[in-house]
Write a protein that binds this ligand. Sequence first.
Ligand SMILES: Nc1ncnc2c1ncn2[C@@H]1O[C@H](COP(=O)(O)OP(=O)(O)OP(=O)(O)O)[C@@H](O)[C@H]1O
Ligand SMILES: [Mg+2]
Length: 251
Amino acid sequence: MNKIIGIVSGKGGVGKTTLCANAAFSLARAGKKVIAVDGDISLKNLDIPLGMTDKSAYDLTDILNGCDPERAVQVHDDYPALHFISAPQEIESAPDPVKFRDLCMRLRASYDFVLIDAPAGVGGWVRDIISCCDECVVVATPDLTALRDAQRVAQLIADSGNPSARLVINKVSPSMIKRGYLQNVDDMMDSVALPLLGLVPTDDSILIYSNSGKPVAGSKSVCSGPFENIAARLCGKSVPLDKYWRKKKNR
Ligand SMILES: Nc1ncnc2c1ncn2[C@@H]1O[C@H](COP(=O)(O)OP(=O)(O)OP(=O)(O)O)[C@@H](O)[C@H]1O
Ligand SMILES: [Mg+2]
């Protein structure tokens, strides 16, 4: 079944855009037709980790204002099944929620996955995005501030009465957990009260892949498997927790 998935967080900088790009790459590599939509209006940056910077003069607002989507939808050079709509750099007011919903529904009819990279927080535009989604992926990092903010977003999603939600904990450091500096994963999940979609370890090499617009999936990064597995779980596959994590979980 085709799905609209919003990638959201309370706290900023937790890895939504990185996850959105790499989930999109992994889904495309798995043969799915996927469109990534940069919903972070005014602070767009999904084009960078996707390696699709400056490919079109048109963006989300142009489509909502009547531009033919064919002109604004960009196709990835290496992954023809991966398409992208960029966000406007400047915008006077948030997109019209009715037009945005209509666009999402049209995209869902054409793609297996519509991935929307949301801005951080619980503002009105984030709520509009959530209300269009079939499912939300709430991203948090292991620190208490990010987890508390994720809990707030999870509540917002529940209150919207619409989409289901799962949690990705990014930038996980097993050694920090082992030394007692961070809660264990079960406690993190309990604090946000969402089922787990995936755990992604912290890995500085992600920056290199993101800056060069290359997928982490299929690379030597320890995050490669976790991103692939998140994509597989989004496809409905039952994939056990990543080996990387299982080996180090209870140290
Ligand atoms: N697993 C990881 N390990 C190490 N660094 C990471 C990881 N995931 C993301 N990062 C880095 O963290 C920074 C923030 O990531 P990203 O831009 O994806 O976050 P974001 O949630 O989209 O931020 P914003 O809320 O500002 O949109 C980036 O420099 C990115 O390369
Ligand atoms: Mg972002």
